[in-house]
Write a protein that binds this ligand. Structure first.
Ligand code: NDP
Ligand code: 8X3
Length: 257
C-alpha cells in the first residue's frame, strides 16, 4: 500500500484534532467541520488519493496507513512531530462487512471487522497515548450496534460492544493522567458504510435508508466537535445520536419520508 506523511512541515495554528478514517463519511465531515472551527487537523485513511486531495483542499496534514497494520501504524505516527501530537484523537476508522447469521459467517469478514474496529482502534491509541498530554481527549466512534445487538450483526455488534467496553476502561486507565475518553454512538448514518457492508451492492446499500431520513455525516461530526470543545472540567462520556425516525437498532419508521 502506498504510504505518505504530508503537511507537518509547518507549526499547527490551533489545537490539533487527529481523525482516523477521514477519507469519507463521518471522519471526513469531522475534518471539514474541525477546520472550519479553527482546529489544526490531521486526516488518515488507506486511500492515498483521497488523503492527498484533503491535504490539498483543506490545508490539513495527512497520513496514509492501515490501522490493522501495527508496524505501519507505529511508523506513520512516528513521523508526526511533537507539535502535532493530538489534543483530540478521534478513533473513527471502522466498518461492517456482511450482514448474515453467525452460523454462516465468513471468516475473512469477521477478521476485517475485529481487526479494524477493535484492534485498529487499540493500535492507534497505543501509539498516541504515551505522547498525549493532560487535558487531551480521546473520542471513540461506537454505534447503536454497540448497545443493541440485531440479527445478522453478530461480529459487527461484538466489535462495537468492544468499543463501548474499551471506552469505559480507557477512561479509567487515563484518569490519573488527565486524559478524557468518550464515545459517540450513532444510529443509521448515510455514508459509504452500507456500500462497504454490502461489498459494492449499491442497491442493497440504498435500501438501508428507504423510507426514512437517516443522519448525515455532518450530524455526527457536530456531536464529535461538541465533545471535543467542552471546557476542560467537562467530560462527555457518550452521545447516543439517532435519526428521528429510528427508535432502536430494530425500530425504524420507514413510512416517515
Ligand atoms: P465510511 O465507509 O464512509 O468511512 C469509513 C472510514 O474508515 C473511511 O475513511 C475508511 O478509509 C476508513 N477505514 C476503514 N478501514 C480502515 C483501515 N483498515 N485503516 C484505515 N482506515 C480505514 O463509513 P462511516 O463514516 O459511516 O464510518 C465511520 C465510523 O462510524 C465507523 O467506525 C462505523 O462503524 C461508525 N458508524 C457508522 C454508522 C453508519 O450508519 N454509517 C453508524 C454508527 C457508527 P479508507 O477506505 O480510505 O481506509
Ligand atoms: C452502524 C449502524 O445499525 O447499521 O453502526 O449497525 S447499524
Amino acid at each position: 500500500m502506498e504510504t505518505f506523511s504530508q503537511g507537518f512541515d509547518r507549526a499547527p495554528s490551533g489545537r490539533v484534532l487527529f481523525v482516523t478514517g477521514a477519507t469519507s463519511g463521518i471522519g471526513e465531515a469531522t475534518a471539514r467541520m474541525a477546520v472550519a472551527d479553527g482546529w489544526s487537523v490531521v486526516v488518515t485513511g488507506r486511500r492515498a488519493d483521497r488523503v492527498a486531495a484533503l491535504v490539498e483542499s483543506l490545508g490539513v496534514a495527512g497520513l496514509v496507513f492501515d490501522v490493522r497494520d501495527r508496524e505501519a501504524t507505529a511508523a506513520a505516527l512516528a513521523t508526526v512531530p511533537e507539535a502535532w501530537v493530538p489534543d483530540v484523537l478521534v478513533n473513527n476508522a471502522g466498518l461492517a462487512v456482511g450482514l448474515g447469521p453467525v452460523d454462516a459467517g465468513v471468516y475473512e469478514d469477521w477478521d476485517r471487522m475485529v481487526d479494524t474496529n477493535v484492534k485498529g482502534l487499540l493500535n492507534v491509541s497505543r501509539e498516541w497515548l504515551p505522547r498525549m498530554k493532560a487535558g487531551a481527549r480521546v473520542i471513540n466512534v461506537g454505534s447503536v450496534a454497540g448497545k443493541q445487538a440485531y440479527p445478522g450483526g453478530a461480529v459487527y455488534n461484538a466489535s462495537k460492544f468492544a468499543v463501548e467496553g474499551l471506552t469505559q476502561a480507557m477512561r479509567m486507565d487515563l484518569l490519573p493522567r488527565g486524559i478524557q475518553v468518550g464515545q459517540v454512538s450513532p444510529g443509521a448514518v448515510e455514508t459509504e458504510f452500507s456500500n462497504v457492508r454490502f461489498k459494492g451492492d449499491d442497491a442493497a446499500a440504498d435500501a438501508v435508508y428507504d423510507g426514512f431520513e437517516p443522519l448525515r455525516a455532518a450530524d455526527v461530526a457536530d456531536a464529535i466537535l461538541y465533545m471535543a470543545s467542552r471546557p476542560a472540567h467537562v467530560c462527555i462520556h457518550d452521545v447516543w445520536i439517532m435519526p428521528a425516525a429510528q427508535a432502536s437498532a430494530y425500530h425504524l419508521n420507514r413510512a416517515s419520508k
